[in-house]
Design a protein around this ligand. Sequence first.
Ligand SMILES: [Zn+2]
Length: 337
Amino acid sequence: MAAERFADRYSRQVRFAPIGAAGQARLRAARVAVVGVGALGTVVAEQLARAGVGLLRLIDRDFVEPSNLNRQSLYDEADARACLPKAVAAARRLALINAEVALEPLVAEVGPRTVERLLAGVDLVLDGGDSFRLRHLVNEACCRARIPWVYGACVGAYGCSLPIIPGQGPCLACLQDVLPDAGDTPTCDTAGIIAPAAHLVAAWQVAEAIKLLTGAAPRRELWACDLWAGRFQRLALADARDPACRACGERADFPHLSAPADPTVVLCGREAVQVTRPQPCDLAALAVRVQAALANDHLVRWHDGVAQLTAFSDGRVVVQGVATPEAARALVDRWLG
Ligand SMILES: [Zn+2]
Protein backbone atom coordinates (compact mmCIF):
# COMPACT_ATOMS: atom_id res chain seq x y z
CA MET A 1 0.00 0.00 0.00
CA ALA A 2 1.35 3.39 -0.96
CA ALA A 3 2.17 5.73 1.90
CA GLU A 4 -0.47 8.33 2.59
CA ARG A 5 0.85 11.74 1.68
CA PHE A 6 -0.09 14.71 3.82
CA ALA A 7 -0.07 17.85 1.71
CA ASP A 8 0.80 20.19 4.56
CA ARG A 9 3.16 17.90 6.40
CA TYR A 10 6.20 20.17 6.00
CA SER A 11 4.31 23.47 5.82
CA ARG A 12 5.76 24.99 8.99
CA GLN A 13 9.26 24.09 7.98
CA VAL A 14 8.80 25.39 4.43
CA ARG A 15 7.46 28.63 5.88
CA PHE A 16 10.77 29.02 7.71
CA ALA A 17 12.44 31.31 5.16
CA PRO A 18 15.99 29.85 5.18
CA ILE A 19 14.55 26.46 4.14
CA GLY A 20 11.58 27.30 1.91
CA ALA A 21 10.25 25.03 -0.82
CA ALA A 22 13.66 24.70 -2.45
CA GLY A 23 15.29 23.61 0.80
CA GLN A 24 12.51 21.10 1.42
CA ALA A 25 13.09 19.58 -2.02
CA ARG A 26 16.79 19.23 -1.18
CA LEU A 27 15.96 17.49 2.09
CA ARG A 28 13.70 15.12 0.18
CA ALA A 29 16.56 14.22 -2.17
CA ALA A 30 19.11 13.75 0.64
CA ARG A 31 20.65 10.49 1.86
CA VAL A 32 21.89 10.56 5.44
CA ALA A 33 23.64 7.97 7.60
CA VAL A 34 23.28 7.97 11.38
CA VAL A 35 26.17 6.08 13.01
CA GLY A 36 24.98 4.76 16.35
CA VAL A 37 21.28 4.93 17.17
CA GLY A 38 21.58 5.60 20.89
CA ALA A 39 21.15 8.75 23.00
CA LEU A 40 22.09 11.12 20.18
CA GLY A 41 21.24 8.93 17.21
CA THR A 42 17.61 8.28 18.15
CA VAL A 43 16.89 11.99 18.54
CA VAL A 44 18.83 12.90 15.42
CA ALA A 45 17.09 10.22 13.37
CA GLU A 46 13.64 11.21 14.60
CA GLN A 47 14.16 14.89 13.80
CA LEU A 48 15.58 14.12 10.36
CA ALA A 49 12.70 11.75 9.59
CA ARG A 50 10.16 14.34 10.68
CA ALA A 51 12.00 16.95 8.58
CA GLY A 52 11.47 14.79 5.49
CA VAL A 53 14.99 13.62 4.66
CA GLY A 54 14.69 11.21 1.73
CA LEU A 55 16.75 8.31 3.04
CA LEU A 56 18.01 7.45 6.48
CA ARG A 57 20.59 4.70 7.00
CA LEU A 58 20.59 3.60 10.64
CA ILE A 59 23.77 1.83 11.69
CA ASP A 60 24.11 0.21 15.11
CA ARG A 61 25.57 -3.04 16.47
CA ASP A 62 23.62 -3.06 19.75
CA PHE A 63 20.24 -4.20 20.97
CA VAL A 64 17.76 -2.27 23.11
CA GLU A 65 18.25 -2.66 26.87
CA PRO A 66 16.18 -1.30 29.76
CA SER A 67 19.05 1.04 30.71
CA ASN A 68 18.62 2.82 27.36
CA LEU A 69 15.06 3.92 27.99
CA ASN A 70 15.80 7.05 30.04
CA ARG A 71 17.09 8.87 26.96
CA GLN A 72 16.90 6.88 23.72
CA SER A 73 13.65 8.31 22.50
CA LEU A 74 12.66 5.87 19.76
CA TYR A 75 12.51 2.80 22.04
CA ASP A 76 9.97 1.43 24.48
CA GLU A 77 9.70 -1.39 27.00
CA ALA A 78 8.55 -3.91 24.42
CA ASP A 79 11.72 -3.31 22.36
CA ALA A 80 13.87 -3.93 25.44
CA ARG A 81 11.92 -7.06 26.40
CA ALA A 82 12.30 -8.43 22.86
CA CYS A 83 16.00 -7.47 22.71
CA LEU A 84 15.46 -5.91 19.31
CA PRO A 85 18.54 -4.54 17.58
CA LYS A 86 18.48 -0.77 17.86
CA ALA A 87 18.68 -0.25 14.10
CA VAL A 88 15.62 -2.45 13.58
CA ALA A 89 13.60 -0.97 16.45
CA ALA A 90 14.46 2.57 15.33
CA ALA A 91 13.42 1.89 11.73
CA ARG A 92 10.10 0.42 12.89
CA ARG A 93 9.32 3.47 14.96
CA LEU A 94 10.46 5.94 12.27
CA ALA A 95 8.29 4.21 9.67
CA LEU A 96 5.29 5.03 11.85
CA ILE A 97 6.41 8.66 12.19
CA ASN A 98 7.04 9.31 8.49
CA ALA A 99 6.25 6.64 5.92
CA GLU A 100 7.72 8.78 3.15
CA VAL A 101 11.28 8.26 4.39
CA ALA A 102 13.27 5.34 2.97
CA LEU A 103 14.84 3.53 5.91
CA GLU A 104 17.93 1.31 5.82
CA PRO A 105 18.51 -0.37 9.20
CA LEU A 106 21.95 -2.00 9.36
CA VAL A 107 22.82 -4.17 12.37
CA ALA A 108 26.56 -3.96 11.99
CA GLU A 109 29.87 -3.21 13.61
CA VAL A 110 31.54 -0.05 12.33
CA GLY A 111 35.15 -1.17 12.00
CA PRO A 112 38.17 -0.49 9.78
CA ARG A 113 37.01 -3.06 7.23
CA THR A 114 33.32 -2.09 7.21
CA VAL A 115 33.07 1.67 7.73
CA GLU A 116 33.57 2.76 4.12
CA ARG A 117 31.04 0.27 2.81
CA LEU A 118 28.52 1.25 5.50
CA LEU A 119 28.81 4.95 4.64
CA ALA A 120 28.95 4.58 0.85
CA GLY A 121 26.60 6.74 -1.17
CA VAL A 122 25.36 9.12 1.52
CA ASP A 123 25.48 12.92 1.40
CA LEU A 124 25.99 13.44 5.11
CA VAL A 125 26.88 11.45 8.23
CA LEU A 126 25.55 12.16 11.72
CA ASP A 127 27.64 10.95 14.63
CA GLY A 128 25.71 9.10 17.29
CA GLY A 129 28.73 7.07 18.36
CA ASP A 130 30.00 6.36 21.83
CA SER A 131 33.77 6.22 21.40
CA PHE A 132 36.64 8.14 19.86
CA ARG A 133 37.82 4.98 18.15
CA LEU A 134 34.54 4.89 16.24
CA ARG A 135 34.61 8.63 15.51
CA HIS A 136 38.12 8.48 14.09
CA LEU A 137 37.02 5.71 11.75
CA VAL A 138 34.05 7.80 10.63
CA ASN A 139 36.31 10.85 10.31
CA GLU A 140 38.83 9.09 8.10
CA ALA A 141 36.17 7.45 5.93
CA CYS A 142 34.44 10.82 5.50
CA CYS A 143 37.70 12.64 4.77
CA ARG A 144 38.65 10.06 2.17
CA ALA A 145 35.23 10.16 0.48
CA ARG A 146 34.76 13.92 1.06
CA ILE A 147 31.50 13.40 2.94
CA PRO A 148 30.59 16.09 5.51
CA TRP A 149 29.75 14.81 8.95
CA VAL A 150 28.49 16.28 12.21
CA TYR A 151 30.39 15.29 15.32
CA GLY A 152 28.40 15.00 18.52
CA ALA A 153 29.25 13.66 21.97
CA CYS A 154 27.45 13.57 25.26
CA VAL A 155 28.11 12.19 28.72
CA GLY A 156 26.65 13.13 32.09
CA ALA A 157 25.18 16.59 31.54
CA TYR A 158 27.99 17.64 29.20
CA GLY A 159 27.83 17.63 25.42
CA CYS A 160 29.51 19.15 22.40
CA SER A 161 29.20 19.17 18.62
CA LEU A 162 30.96 20.41 15.51
CA PRO A 163 30.18 20.14 11.79
CA ILE A 164 33.19 18.75 9.90
CA ILE A 165 33.50 19.49 6.19
CA PRO A 166 36.55 17.72 4.75
CA GLY A 167 38.79 20.18 2.97
CA GLN A 168 37.02 23.22 4.34
CA GLY A 169 38.08 23.28 7.96
CA PRO A 170 39.59 21.09 10.64
CA CYS A 171 38.67 17.44 10.82
CA LEU A 172 38.50 15.44 14.04
CA ALA A 173 42.15 14.40 13.73
CA CYS A 174 43.26 18.04 13.28
CA LEU A 175 41.66 18.76 16.65
CA GLN A 176 43.23 15.98 18.68
CA ASP A 177 44.79 18.49 21.06
CA VAL A 178 41.47 20.29 21.55
CA LEU A 179 39.21 17.30 22.07
CA PRO A 180 39.50 14.75 24.87
CA ASP A 181 41.74 11.76 24.23
CA ALA A 182 40.34 8.33 23.55
CA GLY A 183 40.80 6.10 26.55
CA ASP A 184 40.71 8.63 29.36
CA THR A 185 37.25 10.02 28.76
CA PRO A 186 34.25 8.99 30.81
CA THR A 187 31.45 7.17 28.98
CA CYS A 188 27.70 6.93 29.50
CA ASP A 189 28.30 3.55 31.10
CA THR A 190 30.77 4.89 33.65
CA ALA A 191 29.58 8.46 34.27
CA GLY A 192 25.90 8.20 33.37
CA ILE A 193 23.94 10.53 31.12
CA ILE A 194 20.77 12.58 31.35
CA ALA A 195 18.33 12.86 28.46
CA PRO A 196 18.13 16.67 28.20
CA ALA A 197 21.87 16.95 27.55
CA ALA A 198 21.65 14.36 24.76
CA HIS A 199 18.59 16.00 23.25
CA LEU A 200 20.33 19.40 23.27
CA VAL A 201 23.40 18.10 21.45
CA ALA A 202 21.23 16.19 18.97
CA ALA A 203 19.31 19.39 18.24
CA TRP A 204 22.61 21.21 17.55
CA GLN A 205 23.62 18.39 15.21
CA VAL A 206 20.33 18.36 13.32
CA ALA A 207 20.34 22.14 12.89
CA GLU A 208 23.73 21.86 11.18
CA ALA A 209 22.57 18.86 9.17
CA ILE A 210 19.60 20.78 7.82
CA LYS A 211 21.84 23.74 7.00
CA LEU A 212 24.31 21.55 5.14
CA LEU A 213 21.60 19.65 3.26
CA THR A 214 19.77 22.81 2.20
CA GLY A 215 22.94 24.61 1.10
CA ALA A 216 23.29 27.05 4.01
CA ALA A 217 26.67 27.76 5.58
CA PRO A 218 27.39 25.59 8.63
CA ARG A 219 28.82 27.02 11.82
CA ARG A 220 32.60 27.01 12.13
CA GLU A 221 32.70 26.64 15.90
CA LEU A 222 32.70 23.83 18.42
CA TRP A 223 29.79 24.28 20.78
CA ALA A 224 29.93 22.70 24.20
CA CYS A 225 27.82 22.93 27.28
CA ASP A 226 27.37 21.61 30.76
CA LEU A 227 23.62 21.70 31.01
CA TRP A 228 23.60 21.03 34.75
CA ALA A 229 26.01 23.80 35.68
CA GLY A 230 24.74 26.14 32.96
CA ARG A 231 28.10 26.64 31.27
CA PHE A 232 28.17 27.18 27.51
CA GLN A 233 31.29 27.42 25.40
CA ARG A 234 31.89 28.41 21.78
CA LEU A 235 35.27 27.72 20.30
CA ALA A 236 36.18 29.24 16.91
CA LEU A 237 37.96 26.59 14.87
CA ALA A 238 37.85 27.89 11.29
CA ASP A 239 41.65 28.22 11.19
CA ALA A 240 42.45 25.04 13.13
CA ARG A 241 43.10 22.81 10.13
CA ASP A 242 46.44 20.99 10.26
CA PRO A 243 48.02 20.75 6.77
CA ALA A 244 49.98 17.68 7.93
CA CYS A 245 46.85 15.94 9.24
CA ARG A 246 46.90 12.16 8.76
CA ALA A 247 43.17 12.14 7.89
CA CYS A 248 42.57 15.31 5.83
CA GLY A 249 46.06 16.55 4.97
CA GLU A 250 47.78 16.34 1.60
CA ARG A 251 49.61 13.17 2.52
CA ALA A 252 46.87 11.51 4.53
CA ASP A 253 47.54 7.86 5.33
CA PHE A 254 44.35 7.08 7.31
CA PRO A 255 45.87 5.20 10.28
CA HIS A 256 42.52 4.12 11.72
CA LEU A 257 41.19 2.77 8.41
CA SER A 258 44.37 0.78 7.86
CA ALA A 259 44.51 -0.61 11.42
CA PRO A 260 43.81 -4.33 11.71
CA ALA A 261 40.29 -5.16 12.85
CA ASP A 262 40.37 -6.20 16.50
CA PRO A 263 38.43 -9.45 16.98
CA THR A 264 37.75 -8.67 20.64
CA VAL A 265 36.46 -5.37 21.99
CA VAL A 266 35.79 -4.67 25.67
CA LEU A 267 32.44 -2.89 25.94
CA CYS A 268 33.34 -0.36 28.58
CA GLY A 269 31.29 -0.22 31.77
CA ARG A 270 29.07 -3.13 30.78
CA GLU A 271 31.30 -5.97 31.93
CA ALA A 272 31.00 -7.33 28.44
CA VAL A 273 33.34 -8.32 25.65
CA GLN A 274 32.43 -8.49 21.99
CA VAL A 275 34.11 -11.24 20.02
CA THR A 276 33.88 -11.02 16.24
CA ARG A 277 34.14 -14.28 14.35
CA PRO A 278 35.16 -14.22 10.69
CA GLN A 279 32.07 -15.98 9.40
CA PRO A 280 28.34 -15.16 9.67
CA CYS A 281 26.18 -17.20 12.03
CA ASP A 282 23.15 -19.35 11.22
CA LEU A 283 20.94 -18.09 14.04
CA ALA A 284 18.11 -20.59 13.59
CA ALA A 285 20.45 -23.59 13.91
CA LEU A 286 22.32 -21.99 16.80
CA ALA A 287 19.10 -21.29 18.72
CA VAL A 288 18.24 -25.00 18.70
CA ARG A 289 21.75 -26.16 19.52
CA VAL A 290 22.27 -23.88 22.53
CA GLN A 291 18.66 -24.14 23.76
CA ALA A 292 18.40 -20.37 23.53
CA ALA A 293 16.85 -18.37 26.33
CA LEU A 294 15.84 -15.79 23.73
CA ALA A 295 15.86 -15.84 19.95
CA ASN A 296 14.53 -13.54 17.26
CA ASP A 297 15.35 -12.80 13.63
CA HIS A 298 18.41 -10.81 14.66
CA LEU A 299 20.06 -12.44 17.67
CA VAL A 300 20.23 -15.54 19.86
CA ARG A 301 20.93 -15.39 23.61
CA TRP A 302 21.87 -18.17 25.97
CA HIS A 303 23.62 -18.67 29.31
CA ASP A 304 26.77 -20.50 30.32
CA GLY A 305 27.06 -20.56 34.10
CA VAL A 306 27.58 -16.91 35.07
CA ALA A 307 28.14 -15.62 31.55
CA GLN A 308 25.48 -14.61 29.07
CA LEU A 309 26.21 -14.92 25.36
CA THR A 310 24.39 -13.03 22.61
CA ALA A 311 25.17 -13.97 18.99
CA PHE A 312 24.33 -11.85 15.95
CA SER A 313 24.01 -13.04 12.37
CA ASP A 314 27.08 -11.05 11.23
CA GLY A 315 29.39 -13.19 13.38
CA ARG A 316 29.61 -11.04 16.50
CA VAL A 317 29.07 -12.55 19.96
CA VAL A 318 28.68 -10.34 23.03
CA VAL A 319 29.75 -12.11 26.23
CA GLN A 320 28.50 -10.53 29.43
CA GLY A 321 29.85 -11.43 32.86
CA VAL A 322 33.45 -12.30 32.03
CA ALA A 323 36.51 -10.44 33.28
CA THR A 324 38.88 -10.59 30.30
CA PRO A 325 38.85 -10.76 26.48
CA GLU A 326 40.67 -14.08 26.72
CA ALA A 327 37.92 -15.58 28.87
CA ALA A 328 35.28 -14.33 26.42
CA ARG A 329 37.17 -15.69 23.46
CA ALA A 330 37.53 -19.10 25.15
CA LEU A 331 33.82 -19.20 25.90
CA VAL A 332 32.89 -18.32 22.32
CA ASP A 333 35.29 -20.91 20.96
CA ARG A 334 33.80 -23.53 23.26
CA TRP A 335 30.25 -22.87 22.06
CA LEU A 336 30.81 -21.95 18.42
CA GLY A 337 34.02 -23.76 17.57
ZN1 LIG B 1 42.40 16.78 9.64
